[in-house]
Design a protein around this ligand. Structure first.
Ligand SMILES: [Zn+2]
Length: 548
């Protein structure tokens, strides 16, 4: 629990520089590469490791571990910060505090998350006064896409819509996988390590730090909760309570205007903005291939942070720093409420909920809210000159900000729901599928000896459709078909995924043949699929071990 005095202390230290902490800790204050270069350069992997090493002191409350290794074998640092110091999930849980997992650099050209998180870790760990480390456990992953970070190229190549720094890493990892499209198929070693850390630490809150991709809006940072409706209460609470309060605090205490993540659907010239019907502010995607959407399937709070790509690096670092710092304080204050939401969800799914409809396909809402949105008016230069890094050729910024009330599309509506079955049955020969399901922290086991037959439901495939366009090395698969119930003897060699387990929602999303981001989508079952055939994963629709 967090006492009022502690909250006050968190507030007091807020925004304070740690420059007065060096006496306490001993030695000069370590500085990030961005700080040392007046925000003209960003940290290499070696810089990050050296910076972390420089923070170590006997009484500094952080522990360095390994998240895992990258494709090219780099060790990914995982930092655990709390007072008192903890180094295991059991020790962290024994403190009865929220565990907040903050990840930076998943898109390695988007560099301010890395710089802000390193600075925040230093300031909290070396801070002389009580701070939020007395109220939460922070797990920091400062350089998640370490391989991508090292592929330095001009920003005009690696980050075309970003205002510096001049040299940055690339978006994908060393296998050219976009790690923020990999959370369901989990093909990258980085993703496997991330999923294992989620399972090990069971964080209460996940934060993923990014930079926007282009729209000229009026906000230092934009944010989103898990947009997947299957995130249920945790997702709704994040969107409707946590994020609005964060927005208020960022403006009042830090001087940063922030807003829900989105992009305009039209341009920013005068001729575009006069047609208010055309205008809209659109969020991105609900599918759990994106990390923050995925984490919502765990029924936990999940937040995407997107610093404004047209701000210079210093301002992006500072807005990201303030956002994470404010979030840590807010989570500390709301710990009891957050635990309440989690324990309701956990008991629901651990006990087995076979009746609540869970969304497995969704689409952007067709009923937007009308909300004022701030944008910058852009002007033609009359030629193809480049006016500023990240600004399209032939345009220049005017500095004129306008506010217009427009349709704002932030929510996704379910278009297909399914209940969680008592169990799924899958052939033990489907080894790739089983390994992937297990990588998500989902238990796969042998059916009990007494279970020789069951009331089951099987999906008969009507049609298959593959996306013509390759995406992340795949042609995504879509199935149509129908479910048929029967009582069946269980063939030998079937394994079982029980419905009464914590990750039942993720299991449903992965295993259902009609899910919009499951194993079918990512071609895991392609060799077993044909029109007229039965889908290889069956649903057990009556209580296990009951005589049918
Ligand atoms: Zn990004």
């Amino acid at each position: 629990m967090v006492g009022a005095a502690l909250i006050a202390a968190v507030g007091c230290t807020h925004g304070a520089s740690a420059r007065n902490t060096s006496d306490l800790v001993g030695g000069a204050l370590p500085r990030t590469r961005a700080e040392r270069t007046s925000y003209t350069e960003t940290s290499t992997y070696a810089d990050v490791i050296a910076f972390i090493d420089s923070l170590k002191r006997d009484h500094v409350p952080f522990v360095r571990q390994e998240l895992g290794k990258t494709t090219e074998g780099r060790v990914l640092p995982l930092l655990i910060l709390s007072r008192p110091r903890v180094s295991t999930p059991a020790e962290a849980r024994a403190l009865h505090r929220p565990i907040v997992y903050v990840q930076a650099n998943i898109h390695a050209g988007e560099v301010e998350g890395k710089e802000a998180l390193l600075a925040l870790v230093r300031d909290l760990a070396w801070g002389p006064k009580n701070n939020v480390l007395d109220s939460i456990v922070l797990i920091a992953i400062p350089i998640y896409n370490a391989d991508g970070n090292e592929v330095f190229k001009p920003q005009s190549v690696n980050r075309t819509e970003q205002n510096g720094p001049e040299s940055v890493g690339q978006r994908p990892n060393a296998k050219m996988l976009d790690l923020n499209r990999d959370y369901m198929k989990a093909e990258a070693p980085e993703t496997r390590a991330s999923l294992a850390a989620f399972e090990k630490w069971n964080p209460d809150v996940f934060v993923d730090l990014h930079t926007t991709d282009g729209s000229f809006h009026g906000y230092a940072l934009t944010y989103a909760p898990s947009l997947n409706p299957a995130a249920r209460e945790a997702g709704a609470y994040t969107m409707d309570s946590l994020l609005p309060e964060l927005r208020r605090r960022m403006q009042a205490r830090d001087g940063f205007a922030v807003f829900d993540y989105g992009n305009f659907d039209a341009g920013y010239e005068e001729r575009d903005i006069t047609d208010s019907v055309k205008q809209g502010w659109y969020s991105y995607d609900h599918r759990p291939r994106f990390g923050t959407n995925y984490f919502g399937l765990r029924q936990r709070i999940s937040i995407l942070s997107e610093a404004y790509s047209h701000d210079p690096l210093e301002r992006r670092v500072k807005s990201t720093y303030a956002f994470v710092h404010e979030l840590l304080s807010l989570v500390a204050e709301r710990g009891a409420r957050i635990r309440d939401i989690e324990s309701r969800a956990d008991s629901q799914f651990a006990r087995g909920d076979y009746t609540t409809p869970i969304p497995i396909r969704s689409q952007l809402t067709t009923a937007p809210e009308k909300v004022p949105v701030v944008f910058e008016v852009m002007a033609h230069t009359g030629d193809s000159s480049l006016t500023q890094p990240g600004v399209p050729r032939g345009y220049r910024r005017t500095g004129t900000m306008r506010t217009q009330t427009m349709p704002v599309y932030l929510r996704f509506d379910p278009v297909l729901t399914r209940t969680i079955p008592h169990a799924w049955l899958i052939s033990a020969g489907d080894t790739a599928a089983i390994a992937l399901v297990r990588a998500h922290g989902i238990q796969v086991e042998r059916p009990s000896a007494g279970m020789t037959s069951a009331r089951i439901s099987r999906f008969v495939i009507d049609s298959l459709r593959t996306e013509p366009r390759e995406f992340q090395g795949h042609h995504e698969m879509h199935l149509t078909g129908s479910w048929h119930d029967t009582t069946s003897q269980l063939p030998g060699g079937m394994l079982m995924v029980r419905g009464d387990q914590l990750q039942a929602v993720a299991a449903l999303y992965l295993l259902d043949p009609e899910s919009d981001d499951g194993l079918v989508t990512w071609n895991v079952f392609d060799s077993e699929l044909a029109a007229g055939k039965t889908f290889p994963v069956w649903r057990v629709v009556a209580a296990l071990n009951a005589s049918p």
